[in-house]
Design a protein around this ligand. Structure first.
Ligand SMILES: Nc1ncnc2c1ncn2[C@@H]1O[C@H](COP(=O)(O)OP(=O)(O)O)[C@@H](O)[C@H]1O
Ligand SMILES: [Mg+2]
Length: 361
């Protein structure tokens, strides 16, 4: 019988898939994807203060992952929000910042516990969407084509049904079964999106799980491989190949898509990190030469934690008290490292060259 997208997919098969997920094409692609990821792991270790990567890259991902489902916020607004007081942040920006919080919470939990459980996933989603609705209890959730409003997919219904699918997902994720971890990640992502356990935030939660899974398997030390930018650029395929698995049990294209996403993103991210490192080294030299009186490594590193910073940010990070912090930022502006800008009543300082580096896509 052909698949009926209007009926809840209560027959969603448990993992592992029955299909051959180790075809020649998949195994070949898995090798190059693993190589690119290993290189990224090495390059990331070159950055002295790992907060630099976490903050900047995770913020970009937060924006991109939210943008896949049309939570749009501009880069400038997002960066500004990091530097100004929280009550002035608009809802879309707040949503993006919640993504980063959820990602961070998931990462610390996974590192502490050494596994990823259903309850941890529920916590991540709660943080992300700021509700405690948890797993879907009522039917009615469907995936629709934005324009035609055609129903593309109706996920399984019934809390206990969803919970047993999640239990199977969790068992598969935490077990080692001889399948390449990157291939497993692709399989897991399909399965999670198909279970679609929540009323909302399933896409974003699923994409957070991907990077947590890589960290759990020590393929990365930090959550810094983010596929959303690739997915945005190749969005029709993302949706099409997910559907292909459901409708036609065509796993190969989906897995190849994800392996490609990993490889291409790992290569791009390595290049970006090398640029950040070079800019950081150059900036250290410049500040040492032009403002030796205020130079400290901590100060220069801190202006790389975020694209925008403020006096408060320096104070909070114990670089200096207000008056001195203000003097430092003015001095860094005078020698052309930072640019001063007014946001409402507040003054923020922009690390212009870092900003430009992220603007290039
Ligand atoms: N055919 C499909 N089958 C399963 N999942 C899908 C399909 N098409 C899209 N998705 C996933 O559903 C997500 C959207 O679900 P939603 O709960 O609104 O997540 P979010 O609010 O995070 O965007 C997409 O980002 C994608 O990951
Ligand atoms: Mg949504």
């Amino acid at each position: 019988m052909p698949f009926d997208p209007n009926k809840p997919y209560n027959d969603l098969p448990f993992l592992p898939p029955k299909a051959d997920v180790e075809t020649k094409a998949i195994l070949k692609k898995a090798i190059t994807a693993n190589k690119a990821l290993a290189e990224l792991k090495g390059v990331a270790a070159l950055i002295p203060n790992q907060n630099i990567l976490l903050n900047t890259l995770a913020l970009e991902e937060a924006r991109d992952s939210s943008a896949i489902e049309n939570v749009i916020t501009t880069r400038d607004k997002l960066y500004e929000a990091m530097a100004i007081s929280s009550q002035k942040i608009d809802p879309a920006t707040k949503e993006v910042l919640n993504y980063r919080k959820a990602l961070w919470k998931g990462f610390t939990d996974v590192k502490r516990k050494g596994f990823l459980s259903t309850n941890m996933i529920i916590d991540i989603q709660a943080e992300l969407v700021e509700t405690n609705a948890g797993i879907r209890k009522l039917p009615g959730t469907v995936l629709q084509n934005d324009i035609t409003k055609d129903v593309i997919y109706t996920p399984p219904v019934g809390e206990s049904n969803i919970r047993s699918l999640l239990k199977n997902f969790e068992d598969y994720l935490n077990s080692s079964n001889g399948i390449d971890p990157l291939v497993k990640m692709a399989i897991l992502h399909y399965q999670f999106e198909s279970i679609h356990p929540f009323y909302d935030g399933n896409g974003r939660t699923g994409r957070i799980i991907n990077v947590l899974y890589l960290a759990l398997n020590e393929l990365l030390d930090l959550p810094i491989l983010y596929l959303s930018s690739f997915i945005i650029k190749n969005k029709p395929d993302y949706y099409r190949f997910l559907r292909e698995v459901t409708y036609n049990k065509n796993w190969e294209q989906w897995i190849l898509y994800m392996l490609n996403a990993i490889e291409s993103t790992a290569i791009d991210t390595s290049a970006k990190i090398k640029k950040i490192k070079k800019l950081l080294d150059d900036t250290i030299i410049e500040v040492k030469e032009n403002s030796p009186k205020i130079y400290t490594k901590e100060l220069v590193e801190l202006i790389f934690h975020q694209v925008y910073c403020s006096i408060n940010f320096l104070v909070e990070n114990k670089i200096a008290l207000r008056k001195t912090a203000s003097k430092y930022l003015k001095e860094l502006t005078a020698i052309g490292i930072l640019r001063e800008e007014k946001v409402g009543k507040e003054i923020v300082y922009i690390n212009e060259r870092l900003f430009k580096l992220f603007k290039k896509k």
